[in-house]
Design a protein around this ligand. Structure first.
Ligand SMILES: Nc1ncnc2c1ncn2[C@@H]1O[C@H](COP(=O)(O)OP(=O)(O)OP(=O)(O)O)[C@@H](O)[C@H]1O
Length: 289
């Protein structure tokens, strides 16, 4: 995304390093700037680091000092008011709650949609009604008895009740039917255009996103490969759609990976003949045939 001073960016990541405990680093020196009003698609292969990045931006993982990950010019991790005030909203894959040492626990229990939605205080009733209508939510739904898509609608509604300034979406439209998905994308676009909000959306589903997104960020193995306006992605000029462009990027990645494994070093060749692979035939495996 175009560069600018810190104050001009909704999201600014500078020299970020991150690794899960006992794992090699996913991000070594990661930089990203996203300007207000952007609808940025975050693309990349499975395991490239999209969810990890979104969780870091949402302040769920502590990374470096206060200046490394800035959202709305505040520290994503240290400034808890960002989330409490509703300025920063994160909608992730499963609807879960962080409970002390138990970590992320899936939301369960017999609650009605009404109980969940009206339990959030200080909400503009017009905004709430609009969202209930947009997501076609029946307030009598019991959360433990509804379908995945219906539960997802309530989750999305709850995440959008506060007029957020930055919204982080991790593949949340996956359970929605096509009408709900398109209506929601239109709503997000309206929010960006009318209120200058910033949206980062990680997805593998590209239908209808060519005209929706304003920017694109492509991550490969924790490295930012592309970060630009969608209108400046030159491959899109000669291609029918975003899906085929992203597909070609990911296929090139796979080929590079394969090449890396064509000629393993002599040391590896030697040890592989010792037969540590669980897929190698052995006398022991004969019991399972
Ligand atoms: N809690 C965790 N502990 C250790 N490693 C993790 C953890 N979560 C993710 N990883 C690893 O971090 C890397 C990045 O994972 P991440 O979930 O961010 O990828 P992703 O791009 O969102 O993938 P996908 O498209 O499949 O959702 C992967 O190699 C994954 O195995």
């Amino acid at each position: 995304m175009a560069d600018g001073g810190e104050e001009n960016n909704s999201i600014r990541v500078c020299g970020m390093q991150f690794s899960y405990e006992g794992q090699p680093p996913i991000f070594a020196d990661f930089n990203l700037n996203i300007q207000p009003g952007s609808r940025c698609l975050l693309v990349g292969a499975n395991g490239s680091g999209k969810t990890t990045l979104l969780k870091i931006l949402a302040g769920k993982h502590m990374v470096g000092g206060r200046d490394v990950v800035r959202v709305l010019n505040r520290s994503a991790f240290h400034d808890t008011q960002l989330v409490c005030d509703g300025d920063l909203s994160y909608l992730g894959g499963t609807w879960s709650k962080t409970i002390g040492s138990a970590g992320e626990v899936p939301l369960q229990g017999d609650f009605s949609a009404e109980h969940m939605i009206f339990g959030v205080e200080g909400i503009d009733p017009l905004r709430r009604d609009k969202l209930i209508d947009l997501l076609d939510i029946d307030l009598r739904w019991r959360m433990h008895k509804v379908s995945d898509g219906q539960r997802r609608r309530v989750q999305i509604c709850m995440g959008l009740l506060h007029p957020f300034k930055v919204l982080l979406l991790d593949e949340i439209t996956v359970d929605l039917d096509v009408v709900a998905r398109m209506d929601l994308l239109d709503y997000f676009k309206e929010e960006c255009e009318q209120r200058g909000t910033t949206i980062v959306y990680a997805t593998h589903i590209f239908d209808g996103l060519e005209t929706w997104a304003s920017h694109l960020a492509y991550i490969q193995d924790g490295e930012l490969r592309r970060s630009e306006k969608l209108s400046e992605v030159h491959e899109l000029k000669n291609s029918s759609n975003l899906l085929s462009v992203v597909e070609s990027w990911l296929r090139t990645e796979t080929k590079c990976e394969k090449k890396k494994h064509v000629n393993p070093p002599a040391q590896v060749q030697k040890t592989s003949t010792l037969g540590t692979s669980p897929f190698m035939s052995s006398r022991h495996m004969a019991y399972y045939r």
